[in-house]
Design a protein around this ligand. Structure first.
Ligand SMILES: Nc1ncnc2c1ncn2[C@@H]1O[C@H](COP(=O)(O)OP(=O)(O)O)[C@@H](O)[C@H]1O
Ligand SMILES: [Mg+2]
Length: 386
């Protein structure tokens, strides 16, 4: 154990065909993944998609059914957990209740037989902004403070990779937001690779350099938060990371730099570089905040495309009002209008024109037979002709 950190070469964390089955359940399904050294990486997905199992395989707490875990050029798949230069922080902080903060943080050093721990413990407590908290017991700390202690206790071991499994899940919303900023600062300061598991899309977006969106044991899309959000690869991603209006459409191949599509008898187009599919059954996607509402189709911004409809619902949520607009074909579109102080609220029943800049739209492949998908209603696809 002693000197472990120095013996280990640095490098990227790589998963190579990682698969884990529990009986007939495939929790992790042939994951290929590279996490760049020093990056903040988020594994984002709904409950049960295999996030924790993936982390546990990296930590050595779960033996893969097949595939490999590599750190740099070193295959650590069969290495015992305590031999791996990896530490884990869980949602439940799992601090030792009978030890004070100082001894909790010192634990990893003591276990390695290191006697003079004070300077290093003080450095770690300063890092997580808990200077002077050493003598306290965990029970005398708030949830956020306990989670900082858990971080200090992990980081004192100088792991190459810090694994965080829903580390902020037990905190209330406001504290969670604060800790998101803190964790990001901490990661930049220590430069350690952080792999964080979360089902909270906002958390993944605000903290991570790279987000992998996971669904049913596989990665559906991987990239920078803005890239994934602006140009989702699948209907799942389009509605797990934010929301999207997905219109059932037909495409007949690119025409120049555009892909023309037909949806519900109307013609639209999308730039070819925003088309994941350009032939046959597709979904035309527009995010609710990219959908603007006007009273008439006169004077729309140049190049905008539009659909007429009637406001059927308006939810005031402070920063924006979220409208539902029923179209002539019976589908519903979701539009978020910022409460910027310009323009008033639209009443229910108002006739509107929903318009968008095609450079913000995107095309996804669609399984034939699947209709529109209203934003935020992934599990209840709306039939094109109800
Ligand atoms: N020890 C286990 N035995 C049997 N099934 C398990 C075990 N651990 C996880 N699973 C199953 O594997 C799947 C993925 O679980 P998990 O990795 O915990 O998902 P997540 O962390 O994304 O919520 C789930 O269907 C879960 O029920
Ligand atoms: Mg989990």
């Amino acid at each position: 154990m002693n000197g472990m950190v120095n013996e280990s070469p640095g490098g990227d964390l790589r998963l190579d065909g990682l698969t884990k089955r529990f009986g007939r359940i495939t929790a992790v399904d042939g994951l290929d993944l590279t996490v760049a050294q020093g990056s903040f990486f988020a594994l984002l997905g709904p409950s049960g998609c295999g996030k924790t199992t993936t982390l546990r395989a990296v930590a050595g707490l779960e033996e893969p059914t097949s595939g490999r875990v590599l750190l740099g050029d070193r295959d650590i798949t069969r290495l015992r957990p305590h031999r791996r230069p990896v530490n884990t922080v869980f949602q439940s902080y799992a601090l030792f209740p009978h030890l004070n903060v100082h001894e909790n943080v010192a634990f990893g050093l003591r276990r390695r037989g290191i006697r003079s721990v004070d300077a290093e413990v003080a450095r770690m407590l300063a890092l997580v902004r808990l200077d002077g908290f050493g003598p306290r017991r965990p029970a005398q700390l708030s949830g956020g403070q306990q989670q900082r202690v858990a971080l200090a206790r992990a980081l004192i071991n100088q792991p190459q990779v810090l694994l965080l499994d829903e580390p902020l899940g037990a905190l209330d919303l406001k504290l969670r937001r604060q800790m998101q900023v803190e964790l990001k600062r901490l990661q930049i300061e220590v430069g350690t690779t952080f792999v964080q598991v979360t089902h909270d899309q906002e958390e993944a977006m605000t903290m991570a350099d790279t987000v992998a969106v996971m669904n049913a044991g596989r990665i559906e899309q991987l990239g920078g938060p803005a890239d994934i959000y602006e140009y989702p690869a699948t209907a799942f991603v389009a509605n797990f990371l934010g929301q999207s209006n997905l219109l059932a459409a037909e495409a007949a191949g690119p025409a120049g730099s555009e892909v023309p599509v037909t949806a519900h008898g109307a013609r639209f187009s999308v730039p070819a570089d925003r088309a994941r599919a350009d032939r046959g059954a597709v979904h035309l996607g527009v995010r609710p905040e990219k959908l603007h509402l006007a009273g008439t189709d006169a004077g729309l911004p140049a190049g905008h495309q539009h659909v007429a409809g009637v406001v059927t619902d308006a939810s005031y949520v402070g920063v924006s009002t979220q409208y539902l607009v029923r179209t002539a074909w019976g589908g519903e579109l979701s539009a978020f209008v910022a409460n910027s102080g310009l323009g008033g609220q639209l009443p229910i029943g108002a006739s509107v024109v929903a318009h968008w800049d095609p450079r913000h739209a995107f095309l996804l492949p669609r399984e034939p037979g699947h209709g529109d998908r209203a934003a935020g209603r992934l599990d209840a696809p709306v039939g094109a002709a109800p």
